[in-house]
Design a protein around this ligand. Structure first.
Ligand SMILES: NC(=O)c1ccc[n+]([C@@H]2O[C@H](COP(=O)([O-])OP(=O)(O)OC[C@H]3O[C@@H](n4cnc5c(N)ncnc54)[C@H](OP(=O)(O)O)[C@@H]3O)[C@@H](O)[C@H]2O)c1
Length: 237
């Protein structure tokens, strides 16, 4: 697939990985539209990336109306979507003694409901042309559980199951779903997590972005259904 002719939506572009993905894809000549929740941060990143007004839109992806407004804004700029990279999400890592019901639901909303609303909003346009690519980042905690990740793993295992089911629905088209299972990436994600982690041993965001860049260019005759990228010292799966 030629990146130069691609219209790509990057969600979570105000985050460490999403911003890096947007930067990498723009550098390769793709037409990139970005979204994040924090309007101010998003506008600042759009300026940094050299994106014109009309190529970014802030939305809380857990809210159906905001996702619909994002969809309208995207299609006001581009007539077609080739790739949707969803790099949005939150991480709450807590033991069952301290994890609250509210935090559990907040995680499910951000990591599972939001991708559901995004696929629901953008799949019809891909179905019209019978092609397109969705890239999601369940992370390895969507494959292998870890203590303290009841909410996070529930959301990411749910995401994997949901996407596998949707993939079955569209299997007679060239609409592809790729799941990127990343191990720890040194990002803002870890700023609020109360765990002793070695951030200097984690994957750097640019490397995660390069994986997405690679996935965006695979020929449509096949599909990379999943990719696992782990820090060197954490090759558990
Ligand atoms: N970092 C890791 O070690 C790691 C490993 C595996 C998988 N992942 C996954 O990779 C993705 C990106 O993570 P990251 O490390 O880049 O985290 P990050 O720096 O914290 O970025 C998270 C992004 O998600 C956005 N977001 C969160 N809730 C949202 C909502 N309700 N509506 C719209 N946007 C929302 C944030 O927007 P605002 O900042 O504007 O609120 C931000 O752009 C996540 O899905 C994460 O689960 C991360």
């Amino acid at each position: 697939m030629q990146l130069k002719q691609s219209n790509i939506l990057v969600a979570g572009a105000t985050g460490t990985i999403g911003k890096s993905i947007a930067k990498q894809l723009i550098a390769s000549g793709a037409q990139v539209f970005i979204t994040g929740r924090n309007q101010e941060k998003l506008a600042q990143i759009a300026t940094e990336l050299g994106l014109p007004a009309g190529q970014f839109f802030a939305a809380d992806l857990t809210q159906a109306q905001e996702v619909e407004a994002l969809r309208a804004s995207f299609f006001a700029r581009f007539s077609q979507i080739d790739v949707l990279v969803n790099a949005s999400g939150i991480g709450i890592i807590k033991s069952m003694e301290t994890l609250t019901e509210e935090e559990f639901l907040q995680t499910i909303h951000a990591n599972l409901l939001a991708p559901f609303l995004m696929v629901k909003a953008f799949l019809p346009a891909m179905k019209e042309v019978k092609k397109g690519l969705f890239i999601h980042i369940p992370g390895v905690l969507g494959k292998v559980p870890m203590a303290g990740a009841a909410a996070y793993s529930a959301s990411k295992y749910g995401l994997t199951g949901m996407l596998q089911s949707i993939r079955e629905e569209v299997k007679r088209t060239e609409i592809r779903f790729t799941n990127l299972y990343l191990g720890g990436v040194d990002s803002a994600f870890w700023d609020t997590i109360d765990l002793r982690v070695q951030r200097d041993k984690m994957i750097v965001a640019e490397e995660a972005a390069r994986a997405v860049w690679f996935l965006c260019q695979q020929p449509t005759s096949g599909v990379v259904s999943e990719m696992v990228l782990q820090p060197f010292n954490h090759q558990a799966i």
